[in-house]
Each structure stands twice: as structure tokens, then as C-alpha cells.
Design a protein around this ligand. Structure first.
Ligand code: SF4
Ligand code: F3S
Length: 306
């Protein structure tokens, strides 16, 4: 059963600091931050949203008079783990796009460059699916360890497969039925969006199976008729032009297509693969949040004098 939002925040985790979801403001809020770090030394999760400006010593983003870059290092040093939520925190996202005037980069890059060894989990997406974030945090709360991660530090339960594998339009792709222009007959009939730039064949995410906003089938970009633009994939979203064809990871579409069901307009139900859903409740996340009372600190950081 999914926990309700208030149950989640008040009973399952302790949300001690969040720039917007907290009663305190200004100096009082920053005091809470320092008290939380001291109180839960090594037993809190630091959640980061947004790319980290690094140019000119990080002056392009400050909270409470400190640069976000220095705050991240300070908090991560004492955290059990860092969760980077969204593409910006995970790999730089929009602010890191060329020409990247603020030198924005990911939380992971900043921490690595400063020699901080606290484990980082990336939950990329624009937006990231809140269930993927929540499942990661609750996994840690339950098992006192992080879920299995891929080579980009993404939880495998969420980013283990490319979108194209589970897309409900995949039978149209296999049968060679495509939308060629927005609003054309193929688009109106719900055909595959590959030819109008869908990046599903090169994007790892569980959007087609987890969906968004708890409103049922079709509640994801491709389900609404918009090509996936690879928002969660480094080197694809905000990098490759929207109209460019995808560079499929595992399959190369043939230059000609044959009908798998000759003479039929559509394909039968049941072709859509289903992946395991993850229970939880959606919560918004903005700025940095600290979820305390969890796990143990990575001893590596205790040796660092920063
Ligand atoms: Fe779905 Fe896009 Fe793959 Fe077509 S190219 S099947 S729309 S993910
Ligand atoms: Fe993003 Fe593509 Fe999913 S644009 S939200 S990864 S369908």
C-alpha cells in the first residue's frame, strides 16, 4: 500500500532541512541545517537538486551567503549518502549545455574533484520520476544500503532498460508504422515517433512502465504523442537536437520495414512488456534536502580535514 504524503514525511523519514518545505526561513533555516549536520553526523541523506556552478569559485549560486558548491562539499562530507535528483544534479543538465557560462556540473563531479568519497546516487530525468527517488530513499531506510547501481550511479531497478524496450508504440516501430510529421495521419493514429526524433531507443529509464502523476495509462511523454527527447540520458537530452533521429543502443532499424500483421491497422493487446512497479508517493523536491536518522557514515570522509 502506498504511504500518504504526510505519513511519508512525518513517519517514515525525517525531513529536517528543505529550503521550501520547512517552517523556518532565513538565518533560522540555516541554523537548522548546521544543527542537523551535527546531530545526525554520518546518518543523513543529502539530496541535491540542480547543476552546481563551479566557475569563478561557484559564485553564481549561493544559499545563506555560501556557494552551493561549498555547501554541497560541506554536507556531503558528513552524509551517509548523496542523492542527486534530476538531470542537472546528475550530469549537469540544461545549465551545463554549451556554452555553459557558469561552469555548471553534476554533484558527482564536484565531490570527486574535492576528493569526497561519500557514495552518490543519480536519479536523472527532467523531471525525474518521484517514485524512483522515493524508492531509492526507502530502500536505504529499509536495508541500510543503497540499491544496485549501474555505471552512471543510477539505480538499476529504474534505469536498467531502454525506453524503446517497453514502449507501447513499439509494435508500430517493428511493423514500420511511423508518424512523419506532427499532426499527420500516423501521428493521429498513435504510430511510432522515431522519425520525428524519439530518443527512446537510446535512453535508459522506466517512464513507459512507471508512468507519471498516478493518472493511468498514457501518462508519459510518448503516451501523449510527444517523442522522448532523452531528458534523463547524458549526451542525449539537451545535447542532441530534438529532431535528430535516435542512435539505437541495441537495435538498428532496418532501412525497409515489413508488416508483421499484413492488412491490419493495429496490433493486438498484450505486446507491451511490463516491468515491476515501485510503491511510494510522489513528493516534490527543490533545492537541497536532508533526510536524517538513516544509516551510517562512510568512514572515508572522517579522515578528511575539509
Ligand atoms: Fe516508442 Fe520512441 Fe521506440 Fe517508437 S522510437 S517505439 S515511440 S520509444
Ligand atoms: Fe524524459 Fe524521455 Fe522519460 S523525455 S520523461 S526520459 S520519456
Amino acid at each position: 500500500m502506498k504511504p500518504r504524503r504526510q505519513q511519508l514525511i512525518l513517519d517514515l523519514i525525517s525531513l529536517d532541512y528543505h529550503e521550501t518545505v520547512m517552517a523556518a526561513a532565513g538565518h533560522q533555516a540555516e541554523q537548522v541545517l548546521q544543527e542537523t549536520i551535527t546531530k545526525y553526523d554520518g546518518k543523513f541523506i543529502c539530496v541535491v537538486e540542480g547543476g552546481i556552478p563551479t566557475k569563478d569559485n561557484g559564485i553564481y549560486c549561493k544559499i545563506g551567503g555560501k556557494t552551493v558548491m561549498s555547501l554541497l562539499v560541506e554536507m556531503a562530507m558528513d552524509a551517509a549518502a548523496v542523492v542527486a535528483i534530476g538531470s542537472c544534479a546528475s550530469w549537469g543538465g540544461i545549465p551545463s549545455s554549451d556554452p555553459n557560462p557558469t561552469g555548471a556540473t553534476s554533484a558527482h563531479e564536484v565531490l570527486t574533484s574535492k576528493g569526497v568519497k561519500t557514495p552518490v546516487v543519480n536519479i536523472p530525468g527532467c523531471p525525474p520520476n518521484p517514485y524512483n527517488f522515493l524508492s531509492t530513499v526507502l530502500y536505504y531506510v529499509t536495508f541500510k544500503k543503497l540499491p544496485e547501481l549501474d555505471d552512471q550511479a543510477r539505480p538499476k531497478f529504474a534505469y536498467g532498460r531502454i525506453i524503446h524496450e517497453n514502449c507501447e508504440r513499439r509494435p508500430h516501430f517493428d511493423a514500420g508504422r511511423f508518424a512523419v510529421h506532427f499532426g499527420d495521419e500516423g501521428h493521429r493514429k498513435g504510430y511510432c515517433l522515431f522519425k520525428i526524433g524519439c530518443k527512446g531507443p537510446e535512453t535508459f529509464n522506466n517512464c513507459p512502465t512507471l508512468l507519471f502523476n498516478d493518472i493511468g495509462s498514457g501518462a508519459w511523454p510518448v503516451g501523449t504523442g510527444h517523442p522522448c527527447f532523452g531528458c534523463s540520458e547524458k549526451g542525449v537530452g539537451f545535447t542532441v537536437p530534438l529532431h535528430s533521429p535516435a542512435r539505437p543502443k541495441y537495435i538498428t532499424p532496418p532501412s525497409f520495414f515489413t508488416d508483421v500483421f499484413p492488412g491490419k491497422e493495429g496490433v493486438g493487446a498484450g505486446t507491451k512488456a511490463l516491468a515491476a512497479g515501485v510503491a511510494g508517493v510522489a513528493i516534490g523536491a527543490a533545492g537541497a534536502a536532508m533526510l536524517s536518522g538513516l544509516g551510517k557514515k562512510d568512514e572515508d570522509n572522517k579522515d578528511k580535514g575539509e
